[in-house]
Design a protein around this ligand. Structure first.
Ligand code: 5AD
Ligand code: SF4
Length: 485
């Protein structure tokens, strides 16, 4: 039974809650509706809720799930942290993501003093760290609800507990092999959506905290994924992003193993869908079959995000990445041979423990050879509990900053040059939103994810157009529609 067909008001709350999922959560959604109604009467106004998201696409998708539940239990969704219920969906991949959350919490607490009905919740990756929980318990007692990444499907149940208790409710699981399907989701965009195809990560790159906070790799069954996408397509979604920490190892641990390339071919057949993206690929698991599937599937955007992390084979080994500089360049060669106009983007870390001038120059060399369409560059951040955090030879921050600036300059020069190559060309664009500064313009995206602004109106949103890129402005284009799709 799909949640769309559930009549939550007919659920008998005098009974014990069901043990099986998702029925158990349907019960708590019904129960929570009563609490929200009671609170609304006390407050004298409709209750509002805001979901504040940090981090990656995976977190953005989780936030849509949180929003779906909040809407079902009777909150009106809002973008403002002045809302009666605010939940921060946190990220911990680098320390600055953590610091921002503590900053927001302080601000939110000052508002809580003025609004006695206000509730504050925290969830996401940061909550899977014991030192964070200890700090919150000690210095942030005003937080009402805390949970982690593994039990997010229990949000309705946890909300009920929050309404029933006076103190801080904390529920963190260490790991889980459970995947609960068929819970409400409130999409941010009507025409595009992320889809989880797998959760967690088994790679243990030595700098990365993700395997510790997101747990072991678990793939969803293809049938569930395809059904979800079909429903989305029926509901007007034309672009989807298949999400996983390492999509290239999708399906390996399923009862009936399936490869990511096979999944991609199935998704490509879904009617109504126009564009397929995916994120993130690990170079070590990128198969020839996937390259072929990308080439042959007309709906798959010719864009590959392929994190390099470092161009030094020596550093890559200590990072536990399972490929070296030559192997990475070979994959790039294969991709470009098969799909000459493919857009390549990447992630790079500067200042991994022990990185020398020579190692850094290897990274610069790969950047120059590959000529990425764009690259996310990060300064190494020490994450407690990872192998790299206890390495003795942490880098000198001034040197790291110097390298980082050099790299950023190179990356920007190359991406501007690459972007210029498309100037004057006609490309396929998905109209996504009204331009924030100029209401006569619409903002859309190319298949390679670059942004273009062109004259148009809100009625065009969610549709594909042939757009001439009249002017390249470095990071974005100006254009004009030459034809509808
Ligand atoms: N420090 C800096 N960057 C990191 N990333 C992951 N862990 C760290 C860390 N400890 C970067 C990687 C990854 C991206 C999502 O974040 O480049 O691909
Ligand atoms: Fe941040 Fe990683 Fe969690 Fe995404 S999975 S929110 S990048 S820590």
């Amino acid at each position: 039974m799909m949640y769309e067909n559930i009549d939550f008001n007919s659920i008998d709350l005098t009974q014990e809650p069901p043990v099986s999922e998702p029925e158990r959560q349907y019960y708590f959604i019904a129960k929570c509706r009563q609490y929200v109604k009671e609170q609304e009467e006390l407050a004298g106004h409709p209750l509002t809720a805001a979901v504040v998201t940090f981090g990656c696409q995976m977190n953005a998708r989780d936030s849509e799930k949180l929003s779906g539940i909040l809407e079902q239990v009777g909150y009106t969704l809002s973008d403002s942290e002045e809302a009666d219920f605010v939940i921060y969906n946190t990220c911990t991949v680098r320390d600055n993501a953590n610091q921002r959350v503590y900053g927001r919490l302080g601000f939110c607490n000052s508002m809580k003093r003025k609004n006695p009905h206000k509730k504050i919740a925290l969830c996401g990756c940061m909550m899977q760290e014991q030192n964070v929980i200890d700090k919150l318990k000690k210095s942030y007692r005003f937080v009402d609800l805390i949970f982690g990444t593994h039990n997010i499907f229990k949000f309705a149940e946890l909300l009920c507990r929050m309404f029933e208790s006076s103190g801080m409710v904390i529920d963190i699981w260490k790991d889980s092999d459970q995947i609960v399907e068929d819970l409400p989701v409130e999409r941010k965009y009507p025409f595009k959506s992320g889809i989880n195809i797998m959760f967690g990560c088994n790679n243990f790159c030595t700098y990365c905290i993700v395997p510790y906070v997101r747990g072991r790799e678990k793939s969803r069954r293809p049938k569930e994924i395809l059904q979800e996408i079909e429903r989305l397509a029926d509901d007007g979604v034309v672009e989807i992003m298949l999400l996983g920490q390492n999509v290239n190892s999708y399906g390996k641990n399923l009862e009936n193993p399936v490869t990511f390339a096979e999944l991609l071919r199935e998704v490509n057949k879904i009617e109504g869908l126009k564009r397929i993206r995916f994120m993130t690929s690990h170079p070590k698991d990128l198969s020839d079959d996937l390259i072929l599937a990308m080439k042959e599937c007309d709906k798959v955007c010719k864009h590959m995000h392929l994190p390099l992390q470092s161009g030094s084979s020596r550093i890559l080994k200590i990072m536990n990445r399972h490929y070296d500089k030559e192997q990475y360049l070979e994959i790039v060669r294969k991709l470009r041979d098969a799909i000459p106009d493919i857009a390549l983007t990447t992630d790079i870390i500067v200042g991994f423990p022990g990185e020398t001038e020579e190692d850094f120059m290897e990274t610069m060399d790969v950047v120059k050879q590959v000529e990425y369409d764009s690259a996310f560059t990060f300064i190494y951040s020490k994450r407690t509990g990872t192998p790299a955090a206890s390495m003795e030879n942490q880098c000198d921050p001034d040197e790291v900053k110097r390298h980082f600036d050099m790299l950023l300059k190179e990356v920007q020069q190359i991406s501007t040059r690459k972007a210029m190559e498309l100037e004057g060309k006609v490309v396929e664009v998905l109209a996504e939103e009204p331009n924030e500064q100029d209401a006569s313009l619409i903002t859309g995206r190319l298949a390679n994810n670059a942004v273009v602004h062109f004259p148009g109106d809100a009625g065009m949103i969610g549709k594909l157009y042939q757009v001439k890129l009249t002017e390249c402005k470095g990071f974005y284009y100006l254009g004009e529609v030459v034809a509808n799709e």
